[in-house]
Structures are given as C-alpha cells and as structure tokens.
Ligand binder design. Structure first.
Ligand code: AMP
Ligand code: MG
Length: 404
C-alpha cells in the first residue's frame, strides 16, 4: 500500500460533514419534539402577547388622570386573568386588574396595588413613576403574528417548547431519530458479566459509547456485540449493522497490527473509504467511510481515542445528519490553570477537567490513550494546536466539553 500523508483534523472533519447524509423528517406531537431537531419553521399564529397584558396586580388607569403622581379615581369593578372588560375606561375611572388580564380599552397604565389606598368606591393612587404603558406588556411586544420564531436546524430545548406551545404548534416536523450501531472488535474482549482469562480484558468501549449515545437526544444506539478478530463473523455482523442502522461505530482493529481487519472487511462490504488516519493524537488510525446514505466509523480501540474521536467526528456527523445548523463541537475559551507541553507535530486533544468551578481548565495526568481510569475524571479535551509545543499557565485554550 502506498503511504499517504496524514490529513489534518480540519480536513478530516470537513470530509465527514460533506459525506454524511441528512435523514428524513417526521411529524411528532409537541411533547415528543423536545431534544429533536426542527425541520420546518414554527410561526407565530398570533402576536405575543396576544393582547395588552397587565404585568401587575393593581389598577388599570388613564395615565393622564395623574397630577404629580397622584390620582383619586372611582373603581368600577375587578378584572381577573382569563376575563375581558367590555366597557371603556374614561377619565376619573379605574378598574381593579390582576396580572395576566387584558388591559381594558381607554386605560394606558397599571398602578401596582401596593401603591393604592381604598375608601369606599374611591381609590387613592400614589405612583410618581406612572406614565403611558407602565406595567403593561404590550400586544406584539415579543413578536408579531406570522414571524418565524424557531428556525429549521434548531435543536429543540425547553424554551422552544414554551414558544411552540404558545403559538399553537401542537405538531412539529423534526428529523427522524438517527439509528446507530455499536460493534466492539477484538479477540481479547469479553463482556462485563464474564470472568476474564489472564490475557482477556472487558469491553469498556461499548458501555462508554452506548452511554454517550443515550446522552444525545436525537439518536438511538444499539449494541451489536463483541466480535473476534476473524473476518467472516466480523463481516456478517457489520453487514447486519449497516442494513439496520444509519451509522455504524466500530471500535478496534483499524491500526497496522496483524489482527486489524476493520478496513479490509469494510472494503469487502463495499463501504467507500473517505479517509483513513488523521494527524491527531489520540485517534490517529481513525477510519471513515460511507455506503449509500449510511456512514461507518472505525474508531481506534484505545478507550481515550474512542472518547476523542467520538466527540470530534462522530457527534458532529450526527448533528449534520439531523440538520443542526452548526455541527462543530462546542468550543469554550478558558484559561489554563497549569502549563502543558507536547512533543509531536499533530493536533492533540488532551483530556482535561474544569478547575475553579468551571472558570478554568487543567490537563489530567494520564498513562496514554489506554488509560480510561484517568479519562473518567475528565470533562473534555484541551485542543493543543499542531504547531504548539507549550502552553503556559494563564494562557487561554480551546476546550471541548464532552457533553456539548
Ligand atoms: P486496537 O485498536 O484494536 O489495536 O486496540 C487498541 C487497544 O485498545 C488494545 O489495547 C485493545 O485491547 C484496546 N481495546 C480495543 N477494543 C476495546 C474495547 N472495546 N474495550 C476496551 N479496550 C479495548
Ligand atoms: Mg484489536
């Protein structure tokens, strides 16, 4: 095989994003749309607020009735939220009004109940701050009727649910759930419930990946099992995984070892290789390919490499497939609380944890990419640019949190 130069991280990521396909849309009820990605605009079916709404419990008044912040007015009744006042407020008159009720016509301000005194039918108001529209949340102040309030490509968060409910969007068009298979490869691997022989290790990548997938609301993960480094069985499992899913995540078997069958088996299955290996640490042997609209990632078996390549390539792919507008990993710019060094010219993703309650980050000392015990204490990775050999304490760094 001819030796190709390693592609930079940015090139690898853009190849992933360019080669994955967006999944179809489906219509779901409002309560099932949270955590999914919107595909069609949600428009305001009415102005918000839909009427001039009292923001206080108090009195609806005409601000022009006030002299030096004072007025003595006749109160004509009580208006509670959910009711309408048919008449008009005229000079010398007021209506007691509760928060959320529509301000009667003729009134242009609400004076808080705390600034009132009552004697018989008369209400004495004293509010030097009164002016037109005080304590009124005006009709259309938040949005006009017809405006597109939530755009396609938005990952629907609780705040969006409130907006959608308020404009009558009982059903929403969202990207269908992305189906993801997880396959662990390696003859040394056994599942958690079995007793290991001295040369065996327990599969930790699959529980890790399945849990990561559980934390992503718009995908559904399925564990397809552990396969030995033996092409026949491996091929059969991968064939089924590809048939039944949109994305297949394989861990292990992508390096240059004698038992590394992942690339060979995938090529036999006609999965087109888009790239193999990138100039990153850890995760250098990563393999990515597509077949039709399906994507296959061969992630290196080392657990820290799995964590890094999942966040740097796989999750952005899920975002793009669902139609999320910005698929890149979330970047935080934070000061480094302890200096770090590196000795190679690849871009490095160094496992790190928040310090000072999240105001800064520090790298975690670890024994290389097999050390998942140290990695379990991390919150994400510090990105060390390829051309940097040292970053000093106090300098800011780019930090990619695992969870975003
Ligand atoms: P490989 O990429 O297959 O060469 O594996 C690299 C290292 O990761 C080896 O030490 C493997 O034993 C280890 N490894 C591979 N797959 C897993 C897994 N599913 N769980 C834990 N460690 C693994
Ligand atoms: Mg292996």
């Amino acid at each position: 095989m001819k030796k190709r130069p390693l592609i930079p991280h940015e090139t690898a990521l853009s190849l992933v994003l360019k080669n994955v396909s967006m999944v179809g849309a489906e219509t779901v009820g409002l309560l099932n749309a949270a955590g999914r990605v919107l595909r069609k605009n949600v428009k305001a079916d009415r102005s918000l607020p839909p009427f001039n709404r009292s923001a206080m419990d108090g009195y609806a008044v005409k601000s022009s009735d006030f002299k030096n912040g004072r007025a003595n007015l006749v109160c004509f009744g009580v208006l509670k939220a959910g009711n309408e006042w048919k008449g008009k407020v005229t000079t010398g008159m007021c209506v007691k009004i509760m928060t959320g009720a529509p301000v009667p016509s003729g009134a242009d301000a609400v004076v808080m109940v705390e600034k009132s005194g009552v004697s018989g039918e008369m209400v004495h108001l004293n509010d030097p701050g009164v002016k037109p529209w005080s304590n009124i949340h005006k009709k259309g102040a938040d949005t006009d009727k017809g405006a597109a309030l939530i755009k396609p490509g938005t990952l629907l968060a609780p705040g969006h649910m409130a907006v959608a409910a308020s404009v009558g969007a009982a059903k929403l068009s969202v990207s269908r759930v992305i189906k993801v298979a997880v396959v662990a490869s390696g003859t040394e691997l056994i599942s958690v419930s079995r007793k290991p022989k001295p040369s065996q290790i327990r599969d930790s990548n699959s529980p890790f990946l399945i849990s990561r997938l559980k934390g992503i609301s718009w995908v559904k993960g399925t564990f397809m099992g552990i396969v030995r480094d033996e092409p026949r069985r491996f091929k059969a499992i991968l064939k089924k995984a590809i048939r039944e899913n949109d994305v297949v995540l394989i861990t292990g078997g992508v390096s240059m070892g004698d038992a590394d069958y992942t690339p060979i088996v995938l090529e036999e299955l006609k999965v087109k290789n888009v790239f193999h290996k990138a100039s990153i640490k850890p995760g250098k042997p990563i393999w990515f390919g597509v077949t039709g609209k399906k994507a296959v990632f061969g992630l290196p078996g080392n657990p820290v490499s799995v964590a890094v390549t999942f966040s740097e390539f796989v999750k952005p792919a899920f975002k793009r497939m669902a139609g999320i507008s910005d698929p890149a990993p979330r970047k935080l710019i934070l000061p480094l609380s302890e200096g770090i060094r590196k000795k190679h010219d690849r871009k490095e993703f160094r496992i790190a944890a928040f310090t000072n309650g999240g105001g800064s980050v520090a790298a975690i000392k670890h024994q290389g990419s097999g050390d998942f015990v140290s990695a379990s204490k991390s919150d994400g990775v510090i990105v060390i640019p390829s051309d940097r050999a040292e970053i000093k304490a106090g300098e800011t760094v780019e930090f990619h949190p695992w969870e975003l």
